[in-house]
Write a protein that binds this ligand. Structure first.
Ligand SMILES: *[C@@H]1O[C@H](CO)[C@@H](O)[C@H](O)[C@H]1NC(C)=O
Ligand SMILES: *[C@@H]1O[C@H](CO)[C@@H](O)[C@H](O)[C@H]1NC(C)=O
Ligand SMILES: *[C@@H]1O[C@H](CO)[C@@H](O)[C@H](O)[C@H]1NC(C)=O
Ligand SMILES: *[C@@H]1O[C@H](CO)[C@@H](O)[C@H](O)[C@H]1NC(C)=O
Ligand SMILES: *[C@@H]1O[C@H](CO)[C@@H](O)[C@H](O)[C@H]1NC(C)=O
Ligand SMILES: *[C@@H]1O[C@H](CO)[C@@H](O)[C@H](O)[C@H]1NC(C)=O
Length: 441
């Protein structure tokens, strides 16, 4: 006999417990998530957060130790993170807090190595759960945006499975509620043709925060654009396309949380008179990469007396001052996106990042729209109508264009087609060029 007679039943019991709890695991039934990320070092004290506007707050970011693969907090973050939960609960005792791990500055090699080895994963999992418990967080969030190979993606799935199993096991031994487990992911389930572990995400995560922004940036895109377009009649880089792909790829709509950007981008126009969406541009304006928080955009709009325009085909706001063009999500766009999340029966919304807001305007608008059922239908009807109108218009233009091209055998058609193909195969901007969603603006 390999096992002592007293050991065997214990092991069988433990195994049964794990299998049982996994089989019958179901996420604490969240009904509607009003989430927001708070970034340490943003200069915005956690005590200033208006937690009443949120159901979940993500404290960002913890890192991973490159030799022990345990969770790593800098001394200054540890100070701030240790009382984050107590601090935000003072204004809203029912808000839940999650510790977010990773971000744009996370070391790719450390994460890739950690997920590849079971003993490293174990160190990471155990220390993350321990840290969450010690500091009173109700959940953990993985924000690994540089995963870029099929083995990274596969191993990420293994990590989710083991993380969940450990959380279930530890919860069985404790009076505290189970930790929530989430991940922040690309707007589409395929990242440079590598697929996220959708099956494991569906099975083991409470939800995924789908980062539907940074589709275009003035640093690498030669025309003005809606970087977080809800729809885009000319390309696949839009929120609706990504959300539908996640859902058809196997992630339940009630495990999808739509992440909203509380920032926009400023472009320099090639010609100040040509200032719609898709106008030729020569690069970023105002800041180095062109990224601007909503607060800075509002200040800019007010101090320049700029007209804020709205484009219903993309669902985006923009304004022009001289040859500076800024595309962003204003209050109405945020409301339309939250109405979209409700209509598609998503679990809720999230924002990057709460300190970019201007006097809680966007967070308030999102919270109100989320709790407002009557107006959603009308708003959505308007979106549907304007989208169909745009689609019909576009189809018309396309047909005219198509026949013209056929007639003229114009080189322009081929050029445009190549451009579209190129756009499709562009690297993920978040991992390579910009990644502003994780930086201080
Ligand atoms: C990482 O872990 C190792 C081994 O436990 C430890 O010696 C080292 O100080 C840690 N690094 C940091 C930056 O904390
Ligand atoms: C939280 O910790 C910070 C840093 O140690 C401190 O400045 C702040 O007063 C603490 N807040 C609360 C509510 O304990
Ligand atoms: C994991 O890492 C440990 C320590 O470096 C090593 O002994 C072990 O062989 C590794 N396991 C795998 C599956 O690579
Ligand atoms: C993935 O990204 C890291 C850094 O971000 C890089 O070192 C590595 O070569 C990339 N791997 C692939 C397969 O692109
Ligand atoms: C459960 O709790 C007991 C007593 O505190 C402890 O001895 C045991 O190691 C715990 N088991 C797990 C799986 O954490
Ligand atoms: C487009 O951007 C590139 C840099 O990415 C620049 O070299 C080129 O001149 C730009 N083209 C136009 C038409 O502005």
């Amino acid at each position: 006999m390999l096992l002592g007679s007293s050991m065997a039943p214990k092991i069988i019991l433990a195994a049964f417990f794990v299998i049982f709890s996994l089989k019958f695991y179901s996420a604490k039934s969240e009904t509607w998530v009003q989430g927001g990320y708070w970034l340490s070092g943003s200069g915005f004290p956690s005590s200033d957060i208006n937690s009443a506007l949120f159901t979940h707050l993500f404290c960002a970011f913890a890192d991973v130790n490159s030799t022990s693969y345990e969770l790593l907090l800098s001394a200054s973050d540890e100070k701030e993170f240790s009382n984050f939960t107590d601090t935000v609960k003072q204004k809203n005792p029912s808000v839940s807090t999650l510790l977010s791990i990773g971000g744009a500055n996370a070391n790719y090699l450390t994460f890739s190595t950690m997920v590849s080895n079971s003993s490293f994963r174990k160190s990471f999992i155990n220390s993350s759960i321990k840290t969450a418990r010690v500091y009173g967080f109700q959940g953990l969030d993985l924000c690994w945006v540089s995963a870029n190979s099929s083995s990274d993606m596969y191993n990420m799935g293994v990590l989710f499975e083991e993380w969940r199993a450990t959380i279930e096991l530890k919860a069985g031994n404790s009076s505290q509620a189970k930790l929530i487990l989430t991940a922040a992911v690309y707007f589409h389930p395929d990242l440079r043709s590598r697929s996220f572990p959708v099956k494991q995400m569906e099975q083991y995560l409470d939800w995924a925060n789908v980062m539907a922004y940074d589709f275009h940036s003035p640093q690498w895109y030669n025309s003005t654009a809606a970087h977080a377009a809800l729809y885009d009649p000319t390309s696949i880089f839009n929120t609706d396309y990504g959300i539908k792909a996640w859902i058809s790829g196997g992630l339940s709509s009630n495990k999808v949380v739509l992440s909203l950007p509380f920032y926009g981008y400023a472009w320099t126009l090639a010609n100040a008179q040509d200032n719609g969406i898709g106008a030729p541009a020569t690069g970023p304006a105002i800041s180095g990469g062109g990224a601007m928080s909503y607060k800075k955009i509002r200040d800019y709009v007010l101090s320049n007396g700029a007209n804020v325009m709205y484009n219903a085909a993309y669902v985006v706001n923009y304004c022009t001052v001289g040859s500076t063009w800024i595309g962003f999500d204003d209050v109405d766009v945020v409301k339309i996106k939250v109405a979209y999340a409700k209509e598609k029966k998503l679990l809720g919304y999230n924002s990057w990042e709460i300190s970019y807001d201007d006097n809680w305007m966007l967070s308030q608008a999102a919270a109100q729209e989320g709790n407002n059922d009557g107006r959603n239908k009308r708003r959505l009807l308007a979106i549907v109508l304007s989208t169909s109108a745009a689609a019909i218009l576009l189809l018309g233009c396309f047909l005219i264009y198509y026949f013209r091209i056929r007639k003229l055998k114009s080189k322009v058609g081929t050029f445009l087609l190549n451009m579209l193909k190129e756009a499709y195969t562009l690297p993920n901007p978040m991992c390579t060029v910009s990644g502003f969603y994780c930086y201080k603006l």
